[in-house]
Design a protein around this ligand. Structure first.
Ligand code: LLP
Length: 404
């Protein structure tokens, strides 16, 4: 993905031509980027051969999950729908972990029937529910318990999950008593300690702290966990000022941890695998000049990409075609939805934009389409995969017939 002669291309295709053929707004994913991310992730942690379970919530497109599966990855799922999707994509059940604070009896029954690797439980009530269902099925079910390590992930408060005020996991005291409880259970086999302290983490230090907490609690529990599931959360740079999480430092901290606690590490990365693989191509419908600023009204909106509206998240928005004439302007990119929060970013521009121009919203591969909705009864966009000099529609644009 780059500019060649002022035009933005994915492989050999210009965004202009893609938009002409498939319309806008359109999600486009680069297979090359996806491959690069997976290869790089695997390489960074290769010394301890982790089980990498792709966090399906970050992107639920079955065709992308199928591609991810081909690299040997498993899946981290949080609902029956995601579990079905992962299985349908061909992921080996023994590489699937099921997380989430509110799994229903139905979901637990389904997961047990599919013999997945682990159900990561998040409360005593859930463990009892798993035990009850396992007993009625005459099974011994393999589980993990999610610990809330009370570690500040130093990320946006809305996507921080590992502090004691958060709903996720159990505190240390409860964790220790649940470990004892599971030891005695005939229908539960406790195999994993799991954590996930938050998302979009750019600093390795919270992970180091978390690993210390884990070491302490493992020691206190005197329990041998076959798996330590460290969750996901590895952050990516959405703007030029930031760098992605330093995998080298995280790797070193884990290696140190494993010297005392030998077990198989599980990761549940979403964003770091798929985030920068996707762009959202959008067309400018109108430009509205205001006394304070110019509004660029796009045909993409918060129903297509809700991250800016929900978290104040920043995404780079760049023109599909660079123009040589330089100007200085501040543009506010907004969507057509009837909400003031339907706004992407305010960006200083060095070129003039015009109505009907195309723009590219970057790094939308994770939590873009998967958080999409039909708000304002807008149609969900098309999804395209660019692989080996071929464009494939991997999800059709919704039609009015689909939703009305
Ligand atoms: N494992 C668990 C248990 C999780 O809850 C999550 C994300 C992940 C793994 C994957 O985290 P990642 O590697 O993608 O950071 N919608 C928000 C992000 C919410 C993340 C929720 N949990 C956003 O757009 O930034």
């Amino acid at each position: 993905m780059k500019y060649i002669k002022n035009k933005f291309l994915i492989e050999k295709f210009t965004v202009e031509n893609i938009a002409k053929k498939y319309g806008t707004p359109a999600y486009c994913y680069s297979y090359n980027r996806l491959k690069e991310n997976i290869v790089n992730f695997k390489k960074s942690f290769k010394s301890f051969k982790p089980l990498i379970c792709f966090a399906v919530k970050s992107n639920t497109n079955i065709n992308l999950i199928k591609e991810i599966k081909k690299f040997g990855l498993g899946a981290d799922v949080v609902s029956m729908g995601e579990l079905m999707m992962a299985l349908k994509a061909g992921i080996n059940p023994k590489k699937i972990v099921f997380s989430g604070v509110g799994k229903t009896a139905n979901e637990i029954k389904y997961a047990i029937s599919k013999n997945i690797l682990l159900i990561n439980a998040e409360s005593k009530s859930e463990i009892k529910e798993i035990e009850r269902i396992a007993k009625s099925n005459k099974k011994k079910v393999e589980i993990g318990i999610r610990l809330n390590p009370n570690t500040d992930a130093k990320t946006l408060s809305q996507i921080s999950t590992g502090k004691k005020g958060n709903k996720f996991g159990v505190d240390s005291k409860t964790f220790l008593s649940l470990t004892k409880y599971c030891k005695k259970s005939k229908n539960i086999n406790l195999r994993c300690l799991s954590v996930h302290i938050g998302s979009q983490i750019l600093d390795h230090k919270p992970y180091e702290k978390m690993l210390k907490v884990l070491s302490n609690i493992i020691k206190k529990s005197s329990y041998k966990f076959d798996f330590i599931d460290l969750g996901g959360g590895m952050g990516i740079p959405y703007d030029k000022l930031r760098k992605k999480l330093n995998f080298k430092k995280y790797n070193l901290a884990i290696k140190k941890f494993l010297k005392i606690n030998s077990s198989t590490i599980i990761f549940e990365p979403g964003r770091s695998i798929i985030g920068n693989t996707g762009i959202l191509v959008s067309k400018i419908i109108y430009i509205k000049k205001n006394t304070q600023k110019d509004f660029i009204i796009l045909d993409a909106a918060m129903n297509d990409l809700i991250r800016p509206a929900l978290y104040g998240a920043f995404h780079r928005i760049l023109p599909a075609k660079k123009k040589n004439k330089k100007i200085k302007k501040k543009y506010e990119f907004v969507g057509p939805i009837c909400e003031s929060t339907d706004k992407f970013s305010s960006i200083k521009y060095s070129q003039e934009l015009n109505e009907k121009d195309l723009v590219i919203i970057h790094d939308v591969g994770a939590y873009g389409m998967s958080l999409g909705s039909n708000y304002n009864l807008r149609l969900k966009p098309v999804e395209l995969l660019i692989k080996n000099s071929k464009i494939t529609v991997i999800r059709k644009r919704q039609t009015y017939k689909d939703i009305i």
